[in-house]
Write a protein that binds this ligand. Structure first.
Ligand code: NAP
Ligand code: MG
Length: 398
């Protein structure tokens, strides 16, 4: 059988621990036998990040700006314990943070649905995609502990030294306060990413904030989205037969629960953090959650939403058997290959991505899965180890 040809390389970002083991197996068993794979390889494994003073992470993000599509393995974000474990020169920043800062993107998380692993919310029939604004608000706040009575104010000093003041509270006793911010530039690029991704996926876009209470702050988000929609996206949405819908977050929560799913739900930073964990858990398992970073310039970086599965890796190192779910990482590859196929007009590559996803889902629906899914599965299930699961998919795919 002739292998499927590619035109432009994918940016391949290798990673750490158990997911690094799965990464190589996925390539060897599921991709290389079928595709004449072209990638520009960046080793984001912690050791190599340390050797390059983290330059490799920056280079991989810049390559994504250049080529347009990347696929990323999960990576360790170092903490004090990792600095010791890997004897690091310093506590390098989160690679995802670095990449996101360069691509200026929004993260979209989507669960992979299979029959037999039903969502807790029984009326959900289609995946719900959560789009989280990944800048500002409580994640870049200034906090202050008030020790006793006094006046708290917000002070803004403009370029010319002109001050504006607003009273927050005349404290009668001790308490706490925090200052939050966001920028029009960041909110605008978040909105562009959401509108673009909705068009790309042909899914309705919902957006919700607490604008009734936060009449300046949250209202700005609502206005920026509304302006962009009216002036730049409305026509394309109508043509695609999809809808943009704004509603108060309380109302959105109720509607999402009652819906059959299928929409992209755009949320502010904190709301997205909390809701994405709720949606992931309600759909089944973190190991089945995929993630794509979409930049306002139209670059895509695909990955699994979970981490490097450290506990399984330590077992693997001891020579013990592991049963680590590779579904989200496989879907990162299929997502990236499909996008590459679309951009380069390679229908065969797109079709391969579809077949890879179908073979993965069919394998699970046929009762073969990793241990984490066995407990959730309604039906006869066989628990396979990490490698056997990939072999079962490879057999279906062939
Ligand atoms: P994790 O790797 O997601 O794993 C947490 C636990 O969830 C695992 O111990 C396992 O539970 C279960 N799990 C997650 N993915 C699974 C899979 N594919 N198959 C089966 N079970 C799975 O999170 P973590 O332990 O908090 O973090 C480990 C490392 O990953 C950290 O160094 C962190 O910095 C990094 N991380 C990276 C990313 C990223 O690159 N995007 C994201 C998050 C975390 P059991 O042990 O009970 O089986
Ligand atoms: Mg969270």
């Amino acid at each position: 059988m002739a292998k499927i040809q590619m035109k432009t390389p994918l940016v391949e970002m290798d990673g750490d621990e158990m997911t690094r083991i799965l990464w190589q197996m996925i390539k060897d068993k599921l991709i290389l036998p079928f595709v004449d794979l072209k990638t520009e390889y960046y080793d984001l494994g912690l050791k190599h990040r340390d050797e390059t003073d983290d330059q490799v992470t920056v280079d991989s993000a810049n390559a994504t700006l250049k080529y347009g599509v990347a696929v990323k393995c999960a990576t360790i974000t170092p903490n004090a314990q990792r600095v010791e474990e890997y004897n690091l020169k310093q506590m390098w920043k989160s690679p995802n943070g670095t990449i996101r800062a360069i691509l200026d993107g929004t993260v979209f998380r989507e669960p992979v649905l299979v029959k037999g692993v039903s969502p807790c919310v029984t009326n959900w029939k289609k995946p719900i995609v959560v789009a989280r604004h990944a800048y500002g608000d409580v994640y870049k706040n200034t906090e202050y502990a008030v020790k006793g009575p006094g006046k708290a104010e917000i002070v803004f000093t403009d370029e010319n030294g002109m001050e504006t003041r607003q009273t927050i509270l005349e404290f009668k006793g001790s308490g706490i306060m925090q200052g939050l911010h966001n920028t029009d530039a960041s909110i605008t690029s978040f909105a562009h990413s959401c509108f673009r991704y909705a068009l790309d996926q042909k899914k309705d876009l919902w957006f919700s904030t607490k604008d009734t209470i936060s009449k300046t702050y949250d209202h700005r988000f609502k206005d920026i989205f509304a302006d962009l929609y009216e002036n730049q996206y409305k026509e394309a949405f109508e043509k695609a037969g999809i809808e943009y819908f704004y509603t108060l977050i309380d109302d959105a929560v109720a509607r999402v629960i009652r819906s059959e799913g299928g929409m992209i739900w755009a949320l502010k930073n904190y709301d997205g953090d909390v809701m994405s964990d709720m949606i992931a858990t309600a759909f089944g398992s973190l190991a089945m959650m995929t993630s794509v970073l979409v930049s306002p310039g139209g670059q895509y970086e695909y990955e699994a939403a979970h981490g490097t599965v450290t506990r399984h890796y330590y077992r693997h190192l001891k020579g013990e058997e592991t049963s680590t779910n590779s579904v989200a990482t496989i879907f990162a590859w299929s997502g990236a290959l499909r996008k590459r196929g679309e951009l380069d007009q390679l229908p065969e590559l797109c079709a391969f991505a579809d077949k890879l996803e179908k073979a993965t889902i069919d394998t699970i629906e046929g009762g073969k899965m990793t241990k984490d899914l066995v407990n959730l599965y309604q039906g006869e299930a066989t628990a396979l180890n990490s490698e056997q699961f990939l072999d079962a998919i490879a057999e279906k795919l062939a």
